[in-house]
Design a protein around this ligand. Structure first.
Ligand SMILES: *Cc1c(COP(=O)(O)O)cnc(C)c1O
Length: 399
């Protein structure tokens, strides 16, 4: 990139690692490099550091540290919860999820369908919300697990996890939630939520990529997904990624320390960004309901324009945003989330997600608000099938 300025508005894709987190993990890569399971003194420090991190991440979600299983990522945590439920209930051949999950769930459940299981993908309305009656109606005697995300990564729309968990409990069905986007942005209390399983990923929380966790409620049936040594109380094999675990713990501690302030600050910045766009750019529409929503996320459609073209021109100004989830960027398929919401194709193809984070300032938002209108009108002028642009041209030529 030629531009020196970097305005990173894609914090739902990943976050920059906090300096305090880098500092906390470095000793695990230098002096405390031993295998935490070994029987000599060199193992003591890394083993202790893992347990401190376990307490820190447990505190973030109101859990007992003994119920935390460290994994390699959010994707693994989601896969592990669903896989465990079907292994623990061999006669149950049905799973329920939603149509707007992360691909970690959508693709896993599609894979299960190929293996002879049945999967229900619950629909959402135009606001991105789920109807609790749809869940009630979908649960069957052979349903092994229901897995529904807390916060949608593309729109920020929140699902009523506590109610969803209660419905599942009343039917005796296991409930998992992907809370990857909620972590650090909303207060989380697994006891109050009443979930059996909950996934987090560290890199959405100012820690490095490649570390996640699965909360497993006490006495919930569980079988490991990665089978190997006796690490993680035999719930996840593989030598612990000590440095990343320590980083995750530190990031959780930082997040918990400013959760309320950050929530307020993000919301104000997000609203400035969202209102700034909706009020100044004709044809721009927010995708998804306003509330309840993550404080840092907005998803806006620009009718009749290709999102990829906007992203390219934003990138030249040093601005990073996203069209749909990062995992599908590169393919020209419109976002499965916006499609499930029933957003018209001409808008979903021109939709961008802006997601703010700890490092963003008002100056970042103002830089975007300064650059975006010209980019959109330039693309409108270039777009041959843009009804708004054509209408304006006709008006102009009609004098
Ligand atoms: C990023 C993300 C994941 C995947 O986490 P990884 O650690 O990248 O595997 C899962 N679910 C949601 C909602 C996400 O935003």
């Amino acid at each position: 990139m030629s531009n020196e300025r970097l305005v990173y508005l894609d914090n739902n894709a990943t976050t920059r690692v906090a300096p305090e987190v880098v500092e906390a993990m470095l000793p695990c890569l230098t002096e405390h490099w031993g295998n935490p399971s070994s029987a000599y003194g060199l193992a003591n420090a890394p083993a202790r550091m893992i347990e401190t991190a376990r307490e820190q991440v447990a505190a973030l979600i109101g859990a007992d540290p003994r119920h935390i299983v460290f994994t390699s990522c959010g994707t693994e945590s989601n896969n592990a919860a669903i896989q465990s439920a079907i292994l623990c209930h061999p006669t149950k051949r049905h799973v329920i999820t939603s149509a707007v999950e992360h691909s970690a769930n959508i693709k896993f459940c599609q894979q299960l369908e190929k293996r002879g299981y049945e999967a229900t993908f619950l629909p959402v309305d135009l606001d991105g919300g789920i109807d609790l009656c749809d869940l009630q109606a979908a649960i069957r005697p052979d349903t092994a697990i229901v897995s529904i995300m807390w916060a949608n990564n593309e729109t920020g729309v929140l699902f009523p996890v506590e109610e969803l968990a209660a419905i599942c409990r009343s039917h005796g069905v296991l409930f998992h939630t992907d809370a990857v986007q909620a972590a650090g942005k909303l207060a989380i209390d697994v006891q109050k939520l009443g979930v059996d399983f909950l996934s987090l990923s560290a890199h959405k929380l100012r820690a490095p990529k490649g570390i996640g966790l699965l909360y497993v409620k006490p006495n919930a049936p569980f079988q490991p997904y990665i089978i190997g040594g006796g690490q993680e109380r035999s719930q996840r094999g593989g030598t612990e990624n000590v440095a990343n675990i320590v980083a995750f713990g530190k990031a959780a501690e930082l997040a918990l320390g400013h959760i309320n302030d950050e929530n307020t600050r993000m919301r104000a910045l997000r609203d400035r960004l969202e209102q700034g766009i909706l009020q100044t750019i004709r044809g721009s529409v927010r995708n998804g309901g306003g509330e309840p929503r993550l404080p840092n996320t907005t998803n806006i459609g620009f009718d009749g324009i290709e999102a990829e073209a906007i992203l390219l021109l934003l990138d030249r100004e040093g601005i990073c945003a996203s069209s749909g989830s990062a995992c599908t960027t590169g393919s020209i398929e419109p976002s499965h989330v916006l499609q499930a919401m029933g957003v018209p194709l001409s808008r979903s193809k021109g939709s961008l997600r802006f997601s703010l984070g700890h490092d963003n300032t008002e100056a970042d938002v103002d830089w975007l608000l300064e650059k975006l209108p010209a980019i959109i009108s330039r693309l409108h002028d270039a777009s041959p099938d843009d009804p708004l642009g054509q209408a304006e041209e006709r008006l102009a030529s009609a004098g």
